[in-house]
Design a protein around this ligand. Structure first.
Ligand code: CA
Length: 228
C-alpha cells in the first residue's frame, strides 16, 4: 500500500536531497525532488504528493512561505520541516507554519522514514471498507480510492461518507439534504444531484455508467456495497 505514496522533497542542497531520496526510495516511497521553493510549489500543484519534506533555508522564497502556500492549497497534506539547529526554533516548535512535524539537521534517515510512516499510519486507518477500494480516515476527513486521496469539498465528503457507511441503503434526495446540509437548509433537491454528479466525476471510472453510486429512479441514491 505504502509504495504508492508520493513525497515531494524541497531541499536546495543536492547532497541532502539525494540522501533523503535514497533512503525514502529504499522504503518504497516515490520521491520527487525540487531544489527551490518556486519549483517545489509548481511540482506540488502538478503532482499532488501525499507528503512534503521541506527545507526552511531555500534560495528565493523560503520554506516558511512555501509551507503557508502549500497549506492554502491543501489543508491536509503532511508537511515535515527540515531545519538547521537554531533556526527560528520558537516558530518551528509551535509549528505555526502549519507543518505537522520537524526534524533538525543533521538527522538520522531512519528517524525521518519512521516519522513519515507514523504520519501515514494515521492516514490509512482502515475501517473495513478497503475491500471495495475505498478507505476512510475520519480524523483527517479524507477518503481514498485505491490509495489515492480523493479531493472532496466538505459537502462532498459528508455526502460520500454517509453513502459509503450505509451500503445498499437507499436514501431519498430529501434524506440526503437533511443529513448533509441540515434540516434547516432550504434548498432545491437538485442540489443533491449536482453534488452526486461531482462526486461521480471523482470516483467513477465512467461517470455515465456509475458502479459505486447507483441512482434509484424517482427517489434517490444508493451505495453499491457488493461489487467485488
Ligand atoms: Ca537549504
Amino acid at each position: 500500500m505504502e509504495s504508492a505514496y508520493k513525497i515531494l522533497v524541497i531541499e536546495d542542497e543536492t547532497s541532502i536531497s539525494k540522501f533523503i531520496k535514497i533512503n525514502l526510495e529504499r522504503e518504497g516511497f516515490k520521491v520527487l525532488p525540487a531544489y527551490n521553493g518556486e519549483d517545489g510549489l509548481i511540482m506540488f500543484r502538478e503532482n499532488c504528493p501525499d507528503a512534503v519534506i521541506l527545507d526552511l533555508m531555500l534560495p528565493g522564497i523560503d520554506g516558511f512561505e512555501v509551507c503557508s502556500k502549500i497549506r492554502e492549497l491543501d489543508s491536509d497534506v503532511i508537511i515535515i520541516i527540515l531545519t538547521a539547529k537554531g533556526q527560528d526554533m520558537d516558530k518551528i516548535m509551535g509549528l505555526e507554519l502549519g507543518a505537522d512535524d520537524y526534524m533538525v539537521k543533521p538527522f538520522n534517515p531512519q528517524e525521518l522514514t519512521a516519522r513519515i510512516r507514523a504520519h501515514f499510519r494515521r492516514y490509512s486507518q482502515d475501517d473495513g471498507t478497503s475491500k471495495t477500494g475505498f478507505s476512510i480516515n475520519e480524523l483527517q476527513h479524507k477518503i481514498y480510492k485505491n490509495n489515492e486521496n480523493l479531493k472532496l469539498s466538505p459537502i462532498e465528503y459528508d455526502l460520500l461518507i454517509l453513502l459509503i457507511k450505509h451500503p445498499n441503503k437507499t436514501y431519498s434526495r430529501h434524506e440526503l439534504l437533511d443529513s448533509v446540509w441540515g434540516v434547516s437548509y432550504i434548498g432545491d433537491l437538485k442540489t443533491v444531484d449536482v453534488h452526486i454528479c461531482r462526486i461521480r466525476d471523482k470516483i467513477e471510472e465512467d461517470s455515465a455508467n456509475p458502479r459505486y453510486i447507483e441512482t434509484v429512479w424517482g427517489y434517490g441514491y444508493r451505495w453499491q456495497g457488493n461489487e467485488s
